[in-house]
Structures are given as structure tokens and as C-alpha cells.
Design a protein around this ligand. Structure first.
Ligand SMILES: [Zn+2]
Length: 237
């Protein structure tokens, strides 16, 4: 059911009225339902779905936050390991290490690549990057990938089987960072993804620093919503 806010004119009263009505209700003059309305000019100003919008006292409730019902807000620097919740890929890097695993960094750069996977639906809200001693020219890219063997929807709305891991959204194409940001540089949306990211999709976070950088360190935290945040004793996914 929906609620619609109408703006309409009563010919008998000679007045405009604004009313909220359910989609099952007719627009009528609030003074006298027999009055004639200017039916050619009944305007729907706005409408809202009615899921959980009325309190037990029948007052309208407005939920301004983006967290979907039944989910919990989580802040994490790791994804899920197989068959469990959390314990997966660590969003932490150290440029003095030689684990520069990115297969094709830009010329003059070396890169880390983090594939962050979750075994349940998650809703991505925002994230922050923390770094110390980052060299001018360092940058990051963050994307949503569909895993090989899973389906994604192409631009024509047709499901396509991904023959390889396929980027379906690059939500941070290039974010430069430098110097020390120990308190984190938040990439803030004040909202969240409308549809959850299902298992089989993952976040790819790529960090590129100049090849000469052998001292900078950093990490990423992301804020997500999810329905389960741990496994209870004896529970399996
Ligand atoms: Zn009237």
C-alpha cells in the first residue's frame, strides 16, 4: 500500500486542499464529500510506501537512515573467509613488503589488490582510507565485481554469465592520497546501496604507490550493513 499526498481544488469551496490518502481512498472535499472537484487538476505531490511508517499510536514515522530493516551496522577491515563470517581478506598494506600482488599496475607504480568477499548479503555504505607516509601520486580504486560463473545484468537489462571476474561498478575510479592520515579519510555517501551485494559478488580494492615507496603503510575500513554478524556456537552457514 502507498500513501499519496494530493493537492486539489474544490469548485464549491473555491479552495485548494492538501490531503494524505491511502491508495484505496478517493479524493473528496474534506468539507462535503458531495462537492465537485476540479478533477482535471488533481496533483499528486508526493507518495510513500507504508511499510512501517505508522507507529502503534497511528502516527507517521519517517526513517531517515539508510540501514535496511533487520540489518546491523558493521565496521570492518576484513571480509569473510570461506564458510564463515569475518576472518577473510585483510585490508592492510605495508609498502616495505614484497607482496605487491597486483598483476598490472600503471607504469612506475606497484600495487596491492584486495578481493573482499562476503558469504551473506551485505549493503555497502561507505569507507575510509588510513595511511602513513604515503608518497605523492599514490592512489586507490574500488570496484564491485561479479565472480566468474555468476550472473550480472547488462545495460540492456539482460542477465549475462560472467566468464571471468567482471567489474560491474567502479565506485571509486581514482582517489589520490598522500602523507599521513591516521584518523582516516572518509569517503562518505550518507546513504547505502539500494540492493544488497549478494555472495558471488565482491569488492576489489586496489592500492597503487610509486615503485620507490618502501615505507608507507595503510589500511581501509568499510561500513556495511548485514543481517548476521557472527556464527553462534554450532552454527554453520
Ligand atoms: Zn468543498
Amino acid at each position: 500500500m502507498e500513501l499519496k499526498k494530493y493537492n486539489f481544488h474544490c469548485n464549491n469551496c473555491g479552495l485548494n486542499y492538501i490531503q494524505w490518502l491511502a491508495d484505496t481512498e478517493e479524493v473528496v472535499c474534506p468539507v462535503n464529500s458531495a462537492h465537485t472537484l476540479d478533477t482535471a487538476n488533481i496533483e499528486i505531490v508526493t507518495k510513500i510506501g507504508t511499510a512501517a511508517v505508522f507507529s502503534e499510536h497511528n502516527k507517521m514515522e519517517v526513517i531517515a537512515e539508510s540501514r535496511p530493516p533487520g540489518t546491523i551496522t558493521c565496521f570492518t577491515s576484513e571480509g569473510d573467509a570461506p564458510n564463515t563470517i569475518w576472518g577473510g581478506t585483510q585490508l592492510l598494506w605495508d609498502s616495505s613488503s614484497n607482496d605487491d600482488t597486483h598483476p598490472n599496475p600503471p607504469a612506475g607504480m606497484k600495487g596491492k589488490i584486495f578481493d573482499v568477499k562476503f558469504n551473506t548479503n551485505i549493503w555497502l555504505k561507505e569507507g575510509a582510507i588510513y595511511h602513513m607516509g604515503a608518497v605523492h601520486g599514490s592512489w586507490c580504486r574500488m570496484s564491485v565485481y561479479c565472480s566468474a560463473g555468476e550472473y550480472y545484468i547488462d545495460n540492456a537489462g539482460t542477465p549475462q554469465l560472467a566468464s571471468e571476474d567482471t567489474a560491474v561498478s567502479v565506485y571509486i575510479p581514482k582517489h589520490y592520497f598522500r602523507g599521513d592520515v591516521p584518523m582516516g579519510d572518509e569517503l562518505n555517501t550518507e546513504g547505502c546501496t539500494r540492493e544488497p551485494l549478494p555472495p558471488g559478488y565482491f569488492l576489489r580494492i586496489e592500492i597503487f604507490v610509486p615503485e620507490s615507496d618502501i615505507t608507507s603503510t595503510g589500511h581501509v575500513t568499510i561500513e556495511i550493513y548485514r543481517e548476521r554478524t557472527c556464527l553462534l556456537p554450532g552454527e554453520t552457514l
